[in-house]
Design a protein around this ligand. Structure first.
Ligand code: NDP
Length: 241
């Protein structure tokens, strides 16, 4: 049992929920951050006992205040999982600036915000694990997702730069690129589109949130210290790079 403090953004639903629960099962002291769905967060807290914190990860000042509160109440963050994300799917010729901005700020600027606030303390203490949740669509693009693909692709570049900067300080920085996973986000995709997507997945099914959580737990381990700047694709074989 590690007892290390792990913070999961978007940790109350979907993939993040599975990550939070699996880390807890493995002995981490987990906290979950959510954006606005209080009902889901309360239910999650009641069912798991994991403390929940509400703030907007797209807002730097909220991240700063929230992480300091977590440090006081639970301890300094040693494992950071940047998982919160949204979609606003629409082709570029119909995309509003707001749809672009919402996705880029929530999915990418949030990663800067969270990392910027925790990185100095991780470096000072000589230990840190940062795991950023990208996407297969950041690797290969997707129709109707110029905003999302740009943000997720940005995560992959950010991860490699941060990994280089912190490699000598005991801080590893890695990304996971999930394929299509059965969560609320994917349930918004029209049924006929989803059927076609599943037909293109060699394993023949959507991912489960636990499939992604297992990857996070692996990268979070103390002895995963030689893995940094990597992108772990967990996608049922849909894209092999
Ligand atoms: P869900 O929509 O099921 O859950 C999203 C979570 O993020 C919720 O907990 C939500 O909080 C939180 N969140 C959203 N916006 C904010 C914000 N501004 N501040 C704080 N928290 C926020 O998403 P998934 O579980 O499907 O996806 C998780 C991650 O995995 C995302 O980054 C997504 O892009 C990525 N991904 C998902 C894939 C999939 O197929 N599902 C495929 C590839 C990548 P609240 O409950 O309050 O809304």
């Amino acid at each position: 049992m590690t007892g290390r403090v792990a913070l999961v953004t978007g940790g109350t639903r979907g993939i993040g929920r599975a990550i939070a629960e699996m880390l807890k099962d493995r002995g981490y002291r987990v906290v979950a951050v959510y954006g606005g769905n209080v009902e889901a967060a309360e239910q999650f807290h009641q069912e798991t006992g994991i403390p929940v914190y509400r703030w907007n990860v797209a807002d730097y000042a909220e991240c700063e205040a929230g992480i300091h509160k977590v440090a006081e109440e639970v301890g300094p963050v040693e494992v950071l999982v940047n998982n919160a994300g949204i979609t606003r799917d629409v082709t570029l010729h119909k995309m509003s600036y707001e749809q672009w901005e919402d996705v880029v700020h929530t999915n990418l600027s949030s990663v800067f915000n969270m990392c910027r606030v925790v990185i100095e303390s991780m470096r000072d203490r000589g230990f840190g694990r940062i795991i950023n949740i990208g996407s297969i669509n950041g690797q290969i693009g997707q129709y109707g997702q110029a905003n999302y693909a740009a943000a997720k692709s940005g995560i992959h570049g950010f991860t490699k730069a941060l990994a280089q900067e912190n490699a000598k300080k005991g801080v590893t920085v890695n990304a996971i690129a999930p394929g299509y996973v059965d969560t609320d986000m994917v349930r918004k995709v029209p049924h006929e589109v989803l059927e076609k997507i599943i037909a293109g997945i060699p394993v023949g099914r959507l991912g489960r949130a636990e499939d992604i959580a297992r990857g996070v737990c692996f990268l979070a381990e103390d002895n995963a210290d030689f893995i940094t700047g990597a992108t772990l694709s967990i996608n049922g074989g849909q894209h092999m790079d």
